[in-house]
Write a protein that binds this ligand. Structure first.
Ligand code: GTP
Ligand code: MG
Length: 208
């Protein structure tokens, strides 16, 4: 997809602060520091659109980025550092929990996992929830630049072998090299029901 515009729209501390224009949304989920904001920046090729940080757990609101005036990318608060336990609702926080379960505009979730590690208990809870959700989700195994090609292949095999991630749609990704960017866009175009962003953006421009 050609990104013609990308801009921060709003940081919502509760659902009443989320946009009310009805545009479709794609959410980016994963533990703190896994690389959600870096992935958004790479997808739209804007280094500093979403704030990244080596200090985990900074973002505690839903950060909305408007793409091509046609849909939103929603950077979710990272989980796993502040709260603990095996309870998804408590671990994600009420805001994320309500957002994921109740937001009609949400079309798809991109769930990030660090390719170097086995998924945490919370990652697995989240993936189980996504399996039963009924809308599309993509696993993105990120930070591939941190592994050699042979280690990467071994790790991909072992993730699939575990059974729990087998047969789920996934893409590998590196925010450093950009590897995987096109595959992720392709998946979003095919699965995320974003309407016709290019046409609608062009239409909007034409009608102005
Ligand atoms: P929170 O907002 O705290 O939940 O974190 P986040 O998931 O948004 O992670 P963020 O994008 O801020 O990245 C965390 C750190 O990992 C930063 O130092 C990034 O530069 C680094 N990082 C993210 N993606 C990659 C990647 O693909 N490769 C490498 N080498 N580093 C990455
Ligand atoms: Mg972030």
């Amino acid at each position: 997809m050609q990104v013609t515009s990308a801009a921060f729209a709003v940081g919502a501390a509760d659902l009443s602060g989320a946009p009310s224009d009805g545009l479709p949304e794609i959410a980016f989920s994963g533990r703190s520091n896994v690389g959600k904001s870096s992935l958004i920046n790479r997808l739209v090729q804007r280094k500093k659109l979403a704030r990244t940080s080596s200090t985990p757990g900074k973002t505690q609101q839903l950060n909305y980025y408007c793409i091509n005036d046609a849909f939103y990318m929603v950077d979710l608060p990272g989980y796993g550092y502040v709260r603990g336990g095996q309870d998804l609702r408590r671990s994600l926080g009420k805001l994320t929990d309500r957002y994921l379960k109740g937001r009609d505009e949400l079309r798809a979730v991109v769930q990030l996992l660090d390719v170097r590690h086995q998924p945490s208990a919370l990652d697995l809870l989240m993936i189980e929830w996504l399996r039963g959700w009924g809308k599309p989700f993509l696993l993105v195994l990120t930070k591939t630049d941190k592994l050699s090609r042979s280690k990467l292949n071994r790790q991909l095999e072992s993730l699939a072998d575990g059974g729990r991630l087998a047969e789920l749609p996934y893409a590998t990704f590196s925010a450093v090299s950009g590897e995987g960017r096109r595959d992720i866009w392709q998946w979003l175009a095919d699965e995320a029901d974003l309407g016709e962003p290019a046409a609608s953006a062009a239409g909007k421009r034409g009608s102005k």
